[in-house]
Design a binder for this molecule. Structure first.
Ligand code: PLP
Length: 393
């Protein structure tokens, strides 16, 4: 259950409603927020810790500048989003027969789906490693969230249809597919996607398909194509579009499902106007930049692979990654990922230790993202090699 019995002495402060893993402040900082503010403000920091994309030119930001100058942001947007943007997202996915609601990032969409679709009788299946906040949102509304361990070769480091079937019971109501997966970069074949669709239809359950990293993959299939009535597809402008700080995303499903999700909406006055204008120009200009960004990202990944191959006992469990991030396993060489992340931060390279994306295997790996300029990836490669020499026992 999501609730906790933690009591407060002050009768005006409510007891905490949800059991959330306490975020610890990194060494030298009073709170996680202080840490993030520090790295955010450090203009020299190489940004490999948040799977964000730093490879865009001015195709997107010029539309925002125009919007700012016009002071259009003084007005509220239409509460459910600009219809032009909604049509563009559906066209991008070739799901024009479905509906969409825009939200402040994919994060808000994930929350709305959990709130609307789950009840206290339901079980949810997801995986570890994974993007943990999704399971955490689910646990606020469901009875149980099962984290299936997938950090092994037998399942190819992903939640397979077989693993889902093994872990289902009569209360299973939702399967969460993060595809490509944060942090490992594994993705699904069309056959596997069809198999998931079949499981969802036969068992009358929901499939939440988080496609935040879709456009980095060589190929990608949508469950919504095969099981539209069962699927909610969560879309983000934070990664391929390089717009994480603008906080815009959405959820796509059938019209009745979107109508139902609208019932739990919090952001009743709509999504940031400037972010929506940027999203429109991002989609309209996509053909002009997507290949360049994908190629640079993939070549950066190759450089990391070449570096890792030169180092004994450090390995990449999944290569190539279908996302803009990769997991580097440090367990064989005996380095604590936290020590590695701290060492690199000191060299102005921001990466993420495993426990950010895994409760079970977080002490084994470091996650690095690489949709950044190639010169910066080279700095990482040099510093990482030195770090292994310094830190290995
Ligand atoms: C799998 C996954 N889903 C959703 C999000 C959140 O995306 P947004 O910035 O659109 O809220 C992230 C962010 O890293 C993610 O990794």
């Amino acid at each position: 259950m999501g609730s906790t019995n933690e009591k407060n002495n002050n009768s005006l402060i409510p007891d905490k409603k949800y059991k959330k893993t306490e975020k610890k402040a990194p060494k030298g900082f009073d709170s996680p927020n202080d840490f993030f503010e520090h790295v955010f403000n450090d203009k020299e920091m190489i940004w490999m810790g948040q799977n964000t994309n730093h490879l865009h030119g001015d195709e997107i930001n010029s539309s925002m500048i125009k919007c700012v100058k016009s002071k259009e942001y003084c007005k509220y947007p239409p509460p459910e989003g600009f219809s032009k943007l909604k049509k563009l997202v559906l066209k991008d996915l070739a799901l024009e027969n479905l509906d969409i609601i825009l939200t402040a990032g994919g994060t808000e969409s994930l929350y709305l789906c959990m709130q609307d679709l789950l009840t206290k009788e339901d079980n949810v299946i997801t995986c570890d490693p994974g993007y943990l906040i999704i399971g955490s949102f689910a646990s606020r509304f469901a009875k149980e969230v099962k984290y299936v361990p997938i950090y092994n070769e037998e399942c190819n480091y992903k939640l397979t249809p077989e693993l889902v079937k093994e872990n289902m019971d009569e209360n299973t109501k939702m399967i969460i597919l993060i595809d490509p997966l944060n942090p490992l970069g594994t993705s699904y074949t069309e056959e596997e996607i069809k198999e998931f669709a079949k499981i969802a239809i036969e068992n009358d359950i929901y499939l939440l398909h988080d496609i935040t990293y879709r456009d980095f993959a060589k190929e990608h299939s949508l469950v919504a194509k095969y099981a539209p009535e069962n699927t909610v597809t969560v879309y983000s402008f934070s990664k391929i579009y390089g717009m994480a700080g603008l906080r815009i995303g959405g959820v796509i499903s059938t019209k009745p499902m979107i109508d139902s999700i609208k019932n739990v909406v919090v952001n009743d006055l709509g999504v940031n106007v400037i972010a929506q204008i940027a999203a429109i120009s991002a989609l309209e200009s996509k053909d002009s930049w997507i290949s360049r960004i994908k190629n640079t990202t993939f070549n950066n990944q190759k450089l990391i692979k070449e570096t890792i191959d030169e180092i004994d006992d450090v390995f990449l469990p999944v290569y190539p990654s279908e996302a803009n991030m990769i997991v580097i396993d440090l367990s064989k060489v005996g380095i604590n990922p936290k020590d590695m992340a701290e060492y690199l931060l000191d060299k102005k390279v921001f990466t993420r230790e495993g426990n950010y994306t895994s409760k079970l295997f977080g002490d084994k790996y470091l996650r690095v993202s690489f949709s950044i300029p190639t010169e910066e990836v080279k700095v990482f490669c040099d510093e990482f090699k030195k770090a292994v020499d310094v830190l290995k026992p």
